[in-house]
Design a protein around this ligand. Sequence first.
Ligand SMILES: Nc1ncnc2c1ncn2[C@@H]1O[C@H](COP(=O)(O)OP(=O)(O)OP(=O)(O)O)[C@@H](O)[C@H]1O
Length: 307
Amino acid sequence: MTDTPEAPQRIDLGAEYESSGVAEVLRELDEELIGLAPVKQRIRETAALLLVDRARRALGLSQETPTLHMSFTGNPGTGKTTVARKMAGLLYRLGYVRKGHLVSVTRDDLVGQYIGHTAPKTKEVLKKAMGGVLFIDEAYYLYKPDNERDYGQEAIEILLQVMENNRDDLVVIMAGYADRMDRFFSANPGFRSRIAHHIEFPDYSEEELGRIAGTMLGDQGYRLDEGGRAALEEYIDLRRTQPHFANARSIRNALDRARLRQANRLFEAGGVVDADALSTISEADIRPSRVFRGGLDADRAAPEAAE
Ligand SMILES: Nc1ncnc2c1ncn2[C@@H]1O[C@H](COP(=O)(O)OP(=O)(O)OP(=O)(O)O)[C@@H](O)[C@H]1O
């Protein structure tokens, strides 16, 4: 294409940053997510790259669609899905995807049980994800090296093809534990070469988990009293060292159970309650947790402990 009369000569990146809505998404990311400083930094850098790429294309300096597929590695509950959703919003605001929604899947959503079932299943998911972001959690389960007839291979081949051919309308984010993802990429170099951005999600510190708990409760209109706060701190300290710990997700689950206990405590006490009582989580709502009694192994049978 030659220059059209409307082709701009220069672009105000600062104005683009605000008017595209990118600034707003980054602000939300900062405000809604506690900690994650290195992740936020990487997202800001990626946003800058995309903004500049868009400006370059607008000025006719390049025509290529950049490779946008990503990998998010880190332990469970470190915010990968939440950040992926923000990333979908960024890509949409910058015009890299048409709709900006996120479709989150695991192996079972892509791979069938019987011969001939996998391709239609994978294609159906891809159809739903087109125009947005396909988030594949624990992506390495697609690849089972001990079984060469595994149907996962079929899904892998379709994904690789679509990641190459539909780069301008679908962004794939593969997520999971760093070490397993690394082995997966070594065994499937096609993915490694198609993924341009690798972002690592660190575990939260105890202090961050405490702040996450405070925000989660605040969002639901609850607060901790002094005893509740101290008990929760102890809870976090213990819970982190026990099996199946899933960072912020474990905190969310613990708070759900605390609210349940609070409701039962109030109900069993009977009588009249005021707003303060209805919104306060106390020590008595946290201490009965099995975490204080030798850990979650005792908890395995309880469905709410499934993390
Ligand atoms: N930094 C944070 N601040 C506040 N809440 C958070 C933060 N990180 C995660 N959460 C909350 O924790 C829960 C789990 O987060 P999310 O699903 O994004 O993690 P994940 O890494 O994708 O986990 P998994 O891989 O196990 O699905 C969500 O409810 C999310 O809102």
